[in-house]
Write a protein that binds this ligand. Sequence first.
Ligand code: HEC
Length: 472
Amino acid sequence: MDVPYYPINDYEPLIKGLVIGGLGITHVFLAQFAIGGGMLMCYFQWLAQTGRSPVARQFLDGYFKILVLISFVVGALTGVAMWFTTIQVSPRTIGVMVDEFHWVWATEWTFFCLEVVAGYAFYRCGRNLPDRSRMTLLLLYTVGAWFSLFWINGILSWQLTPGQWGEDRSVWSGFFNPSFWPSLIFRTITSLTIASLAACVVINTMTELRRDLRRELINRAAFCLSPMLLMPALGYWYLNVIPPDSRSWVEGGSAAMTMFMGIAVAASLLIGGYALVGLIAQRLYINGATATLLLALAFGATAGGEFVREGVRKPFTVREYLFSNSIRADEVALLREQGSVTADPFPLRNAGIYANEQLRLGAKVYRFQCSICHSMGGVNGLTHLAGTWTTDQKRMNIAKLQNTKPFMPPFAGNAEELEALVQLIEWHAAGMPRTWETTSNATVLAEIRQWLDEAGTESATRREVALIREER
Ligand code: HEC
């Protein structure tokens, strides 16, 4: 069995997880707006052609459709940027996703093509077409957009809850995994919410319309917020199917996860509450400033939600299969024996700055096993986190990494590598002096080996799950 190596980029003082996270949030928000925008436009076209709301057509031919166009163009661009970034940040995860779901990706892409062609055709020619053709184009656009969500949702939800795939490795067990339906329905409602809030902003700018006509349009758009009523139930369903240890983090186990979950829930409640009471029940007029604020809250909710979805997967990118640092769960034991970077062919950047060979080894180990989640001195910086520990505590806590924090993978190298890593952290903490003594104490190495054996090569997640079940 050969463990594959990929070149790893250094984003110090940022960490790779953040780089991909920031981009991902923008992408998801825009892509969901493009989907919800399609649904909303179908609804308004229907209102217009059935005579229910003659001004709806004015809205449709206004600049809302330009916004939708921009969002699917920028959505597509950030989508490509996601590929560009992930192949640098986590090439092996992407590799597994492509391997396992080859035809699903291809199918998703086909629907995306439909979305682009139909959307652009409506944008260019919609104004001069009869109602039937307008509706056909809008429906094609919406079906294309929604199905691209359908396909990608299977792959993304599989990462956290691979379910039966863990045993049978079947594409469809992985695709229709336990969190597939709750997250698909949840995302569909989110898309519609974002689009109707954006519509409220746009309608406010249509000052050529009388105020009562604008109010009518706003009430129509606000009607599309009503599926938000289902969100609490869907959220509950989702939390119920994700692994118990992941759930325990958003329920207070991890301060950051709980906080982001809180932001997502609070922002959604604010939007939902305002929508139900103000817009739907009392038919209030919502002005541009309020609509923009609600839209910003929706962005906050999306950001919080995406952050949590990515975060609670730790220490895996594919649950129980592939760790965040691209080491497969069943490779840890082998790497403990042969060393994690012995076969790593990629040279260090600035290899000359390290004071000795041991530090260079440590730097490779850090790059391979830790740099996906940690920087040295910046975000989640190791010199800071281990700053108060003695040298021996560093050795032990890193050897038992998965016990130190259950959202870290087990250490996957040999004792010499671990010692080199500890030296690297201390050398950085000391301000990277020009000379640094190499350590090679047999007793110390034996002790590290003992700790590694005690920790074992399993992740802590199974144990956590068992503990949580016992508590119940
Ligand atoms: C999957 C992401 C991930 C990986 C991979 C990872 N860590 Fe961590 N680590 C974290 C997070 C998250 C924390 C918590 C930071 C906090 O408490 O603010 C953490 C905390 C720590 C701490 C402080 C623990 C404590 O009890 O305060 C140390 C030391 C540490 N990591 C070392 C490492 C080393 C060394 C590696 C590589 C061998 C590594 N980590 C790999 C995510 C990771």
